[in-house]
Unconditional design. Structure first.
Length: 273
């Protein structure tokens, strides 16, 4: 059902500044946006922009209510999964017990049809399914850093085994690997459809809720990390190490230094062939 991750959505206190950061740091193109009405996902309303770089997209949202946001920081807000037919997918997911916000799908400024899950049925997270328009208008512009796709969104969870079971049972997922993490906790990778999620149980789970999965990071797929590093560094981005590490599912991974990514965790990834 799930074909790919269309985008990660971020909250910001300064839409123009955040768009400018993506343009400078990734060579992104502002593909469109505008005012946002009050909605389930953005209760206060606000304004947004869709930026595209390589073959991926990010949605940047400046809500009218910024009281819990930090200036100069990107806060992960939601993930959008692509489906072939939003009405058929909605019906199939409702039949499996999922709930949705609102009565029907809506069409955004990019011509994408989308519908948010009720967060109570997806571990307290904000997630929407997306049907892309038939035209090429929803494809990435292909500018800037050569990023091929989003490999996964990562979530911090209180109970890793429970989280794995949820994805396996509800999304027909397949656990493909995991184990001790470099930070002292545990992690797992679950594939469902053509997408993946990384689940992370940190060493200290006292701040996490039993029933809420907290967004942690995004992984961007590139052809070669050392080659891509140079282009990123020329644009002002820095990394936490000089070379990537290889995780339990044989992906090469290198995180950006969050001091250069507006506080948001992102990594470059080379997937095994």
């Amino acid at each position: 059902m799930f074909q790919k991750i269309q985008h990660i959505g971020y909250y910001t206190t300064d839409l123009d500044g955040a768009v400018g950061w993506f343009e400078k740091s990734f060579g992104a193109v502002n593909a469109g946006g505008g005012p946002m009405q009050q909605s389930y996902a953005v209760p206060s309303g606000g304004r947004n922009a869709y930026v595209r770089f390589g073959h991926v997209e990010a949605e940047i949202i400046e809500p009218s209510d910024k009281t819990e946001l930090t200036a100069g920081r990107l806060a992960m807000h939601h993930v959008g999964y692509v489906v072939a037919d939003i009405e058929q997918s909605t019906a199939a997911l409702i039949a499996k017990g999922f709930k949705f916000a609102g009565d029907s799908a809506r069409t955004n400024v990019m011509g994408q049809q989308l519908r948010y899950f009720d967060s109570s049925s997806v571990n307290g997270a904000l997630v929407h399914i997306t049907q892309l328009p038939a035209s090429s208008g929803s494809e990435a512009a292909g500018s800037g850093i050569d990023i091929d796709r989003i490999v996964h969104a990562g979530y911090r969870v209180k109970d890793l085994d429970k989280a794995i079971a949820w994805y396996v049972d509800n999304y027909d997922g397949e656990l493909i690997g995991g184990g001790p993490s470099r930070t002292g906790g545990r992690n797992a990778f679950v594939n469902f459809g053509n997408v993946q999620v990384e689940l992370i149980q940190p060493p200290d789970t006292s701040s996490l809720s039993d029933d809420v999965h907290d967004m942690d990071h995004v992984g961007y797929v590139v052809g070669d990390i050392p080659t891509c590093m140079g282009g990123c560094q020329e644009r002002g981005l820095q990394f936490v190490a000089d070379t990537p590490n290889t995780n339990s599912v044989q992906q090469q991974v290198l995180y950006f230094d969050t001091e250069t990514t507006q506080g948001s965790r992102m990594h470059l990834t080379v997937v095994p062939s």
